[in-house]
Design a protein around this ligand. Structure first.
Ligand code: ADP
Length: 439
């Protein structure tokens, strides 16, 4: 039934009422007629309004954000046109929401591909988003931290202040923090203009490597200065003593000159080791690979240090497995590495002890070992022993610079090999290196 039908019904009802009245019927009959007509009108209205109510209910679902909702009934006339218009609105709404959610997924994917931890906060400073790097760095999932204040994840005063400044004053702030595990981060908090709910973006840049490099540089300068100071101070005191009259006494003067000579040697050795290290580290010293007689090379190293071992009353032995043959290596670099190891073994083994250089071919590689029965090294020092300038006991007057083992490691690693050490205090040491040489 349409509005026209309703209108006709009302007219008919009114006509009936008037006709009955005119016919001179009684008042009671008139009243009955009016009531009957009213009920008929109400029924008709209710029947007519039902489709409009269905339209209204569907429109309410659309308004509530149900993206799939549509006005299902299409009444004829203007109500039907209204239903069509509502459906077009709903379609546009759905399209726009799809585009927005695609944009959001793309944004989340882009932020998740960042290796830097990133988080977005709302106007109250609560977490709305955290990328995968953020979850991994702080060991918390987005699910766990969403809606929580940022301080729940990182209670750092500087960062909390920076977030407040970005939220309230629209300022970009940079702070540096140290996280547990000695990792350093530069934290940049930026207000997001036009970001909807996203009010502040926080990005963490890992500065640990930069800090570490800076620390290494500082340590290097400090170590070099320290190593230079000792021989220079000794030289100065020799010169002063000579100037104060020791020069007059020829034998005393000679003794002092010998000491000065030893200090100059120490300085020269230090500078040479530093130069070699710097050349190796900058890649300026490529390997000079040649077919090398391994047994001859190792025998030569032992013979060079035999006088020193004899002076220290040590038994220096060479143990070579048969068939060492030729290897494609940089002979002079490997010989220097072996000399360094032997030199240390002799230096740190008390008289009467044994120092052995052994070598064998083992599963496609050359295994070289220097064994001694000397002072040994504690477990805590072993992990750092190959670091440059590292000396087990700074007070142990070895006269070394702490660079020897760093050079050994470099030489071996340049050949694609590896170094290792086994030792215990008073039980001697076993330094080994292995380089691949093929079968
Ligand atoms: P250095 O020039 O001081 O000998 P190295 O790098 O060769 O420098 O050695 C580093 C430190 O390792 C030494 O100062 C010493 O304390 C320890 N070390 C090296 N080799 C031995 C060894 N065979 N026995 C005991 N300690 C050793």
């Amino acid at each position: 039934m349409t509005a026209n039908h309703l209108r006709a019904l009302i007219l008919v009802s009114v006509a009936v009422v008037i006709a009955v009245t005119l016919a001179g019927a009684g008042v009671a009959f008139l009243l009955g007629a009016i009531a009957g007509a009213t009920i008929a009108v109400l029924f008709a209205a209710a029947y007519l309004l039902r489709p409009l109510q269905a339209v209204r209910d569907d429109a309410a679902r659309i308004a509530a954000g149900d993206l799939g909702a549509r006005v299902r009934l299409r009444p004829p006339g203007p109500a039907g046109q209204m239903a069509d218009a509502l459906n077009r609105v709903a379609e546009r709404f759905e399209e726009q929401m799809e585009t927005a959610s695609e944009g959001q997924s793309r944004l989340a994917a882009a932020l998740n591909s960042s290796v830097d931890p990133v988080s977005a906060l709302d106007r109250e400073g609560r977490i709305l988003f955290a990328n995968i790097a953020f979850e991994a760095t702080f060991g918390r999932s987005l699910e766990e931290i969403a809606g929580k204040p940022f301080a729940y994840v990182l209670a750092d005063e500087d960062v909390v202040d920076a977030i407040r400044a970005s939220r309230e004053q629209g300022l970009r702030k940079i702070s540096i923090i140290e996280q547990s595990g000695h990792r350093f981060y530069q934290v940049v908090t930026t207000p997001i203009a036009g970001g909807g709910e996203w009010a502040v973006l926080i990005v963490f840049h890992d500065l640990t490597d930069v800090q570490r490099t800076e620390q290494i540089r500082r340590d290097f300068v400090a170590n070099v200065s320290h190593e230079l100071r000792t021989p220079l101070a000794a030289l100065k005191s020799v010169v002063e003593t000579l100037a104060e009259g020791a020069l007059e006494d020829e034998s005393v003067a000679l003794d002092f000159l010998r000491r000065a000579d030893a200090e100059v040697d120490r300085l020269v050795q230090l500078v040479e080791e530093l130069l070699e290290l710097s050349r190796i580290e900058s890649g300026d010293q490529p390997l000079v690979l040649r077919e090398t007689d391994v047994a001859a090379l190792l025998a030569e190293a032992v013979e060079r240090l035999r006088p020193q071992a004899e002076r220290a009353h040590l038994n220096l032995t060479l143990e070579l497995s048969p068939g060492l043959g030729l290897a494609h290596i940089d002979g002079s670099r490997i010989e220097r590495a072996v000399l360094n190891l032997l030199h240390n073994a002799i230096k740190f083994t008390p008289s009467g002890g044994d120092v052995t250089l052994a070598a064998q071919r083992d599963d496609g590689s050359l295994l070289v070992q220097v064994r001694d029965t000397g002072a040994g090294i504690s477990q805590s020092d072993l992990s750092r022993i190959f670091e440059r300038f590292y000396k087990v006991d700074q007070s142990r007057a070895s006269g070394g610079s702490g660079l020897g083992l760093a050079l050994v490691k470099h030489a071996v690693e340049a050949h694609g090999g590896s170094v290792s050490v086994e030792s215990a205090p008073t039980r001697g040491s076993l330094f080994s290196f292995r380089i691949p040489i093929g079968n």
